[in-house]
Design a protein around this ligand. Structure first.
Ligand SMILES: [Zn+2]
Length: 257
C-alpha cells in the first residue's frame, strides 16, 4: 500500500508541466479486467469524474456475461472515452524458469496464435464491435513470434512497457507504458513523493506518457492519491490525454512523414 500522500507530492509534476514548451500527452491503461470488478468500477467512476480517457485490458478467460454487459454499458455511455482491448488469454505463466510470461519463448507460435485467437473470439462474442485491435500481453512481455501472430490476426497495436525492446513488426504500432502506478524499487513501493518526481522526469513533449494501473490493488488510500493526480492532469493547461488507438494513429502518421 502507498503511504498517505503529502500535500505537495504533485508539485514536481506541476512545475514540469508549467515549464514544458508545449502540451504533454498522457494515456492510461488499466490491466486485469475480469478480476475485482468492484474496484474496477470505482476506478472508472474516478476517470469519469475527470473526463479522462482510459484503455481497459480485459483477460478473455476471466470475462463473464455479467461483467461484459456492465462494460458494454460503460463503454457506450462514455462516448469513446473508455475502451476495451485484449489482455492475453488466461493470464497464466507458461515459462518454466525466469520471469513470468504467458506469450514467451517456452511457447511455439502455434500455441500463442491459438490462445490469441481464442481470446479474440471470446471478447468479440461477449463485447462485439467495441473491442479495439490492441493487445497487451500479461506482465508486458511477449516475443517477436507474438507480434507476427498479432498482425496475422488483424491486431494493429501492441502495448508493453517502454523498457521492452521494440519488435519493429510491420503493421503493428507499439504504444508503451512509461510509468507503473504500483512501481517498486528494491522491493519497496515508491512513496508519493518519489512518484511525483518520477512523473516529472518522464514529462515529454515528444513521447506520450503512458501510466499503467491495476485496479485490483487500488485501495482507499491509493484512490485518494490517484484522485489528486487525475485532478492535476485534467486541469493543467499543458496536459492532454488520449486513448491508445489515437496515439497509434499519430505514430503511424509521424512515421509516414
Ligand atoms: Zn495483467
Amino acid at each position: 500500500m502507498m503511504a498517505p500522500p503529502a500535500r505537495d507530492w504533485l508539485d514536481p509534476l506541476r512545475r514540469a508541466l508549467d515549464a514544458s514548451p508545449a502540451p504533454v500527452t498522457f494515456f492510461f491503461r488499466d490491466d486485469d479486467v475480469g478480476w475485482s470488478d468492484d474496484r474496477l468500477f470505482t476506478l472508472l467512476d474516478l476517470f469519469a469524474r475527470y473526463g479522462l480517457p482510459i484503455d481497459l485490458a480485459v483477460i478473455p478467460a476471466e470475462l463473464g456475461p455479467a461483467l461484459a454487459r456492465r462494460l458494454e454499458r460503460t463503454v457506450s455511455d462514455s462516448g469513446d472515452r473508455v475502451t476495451v482491448h485484449q489482455h492475453g488469454f488466461a493470464h497464466v505463466n507458461h515459462e518454466h524458469e525466469g520471469r513470468k510470461c504467458e506469450f514467451g519463448h517456452a511457447r511455439p507460435g502455434l500455441d500463442q496464435r491459438g490462445d490469441i485467437e481464442r481470446g479474440r473470439q471470446r471478447l468479440r462474442h461477449l463485447l462485439g464491435p467495441l473491442v479495439r485491435p490492441i493487445f497487451t500481453p500479461p506482465w508486458n512481455r511477449c516475443t517477436a513470434e507474438t507480434a507476427r501472430c498479432l498482425v496475422d490476426l488483424d491486431f494493429r497495436v501492441l502495448s508493453r512497457d517502454v523498457s521492452a525492446v521494440p519488435l519493429n513488426q510491420a503493421g503493428l504500432a507499439e504504444v508503451s507504458i512509461r510509468l507503473d502506478w504500483h512501481a517498486h524499487r528494491r522491493g519497496v513501493r515508491l512513496s508519493p513523493n518519489e512518484w511525483g518526481e518520477a512523473l516529472a522526469r518522464v514529462v515529454s513533449t515528444t513521447e506520450p506518457v503512458g501510466i499503467m494501473f491495476h485496479h485490483a490493488v487500488i485501495d482507499e488510500a491509493e484512490h485518494e492519491a490517484l484522485r489528486q493526480l487525475l485532478g492535476v492532469l485534467a486541469g493543467h493547461h499543458h496536459a492532454r490525454s488520449a486513448g491508445i488507438m489515437a496515439l497509434a494513429r499519430d505514430e503511424a502518421v509521424g512515421k509516414a512523414h
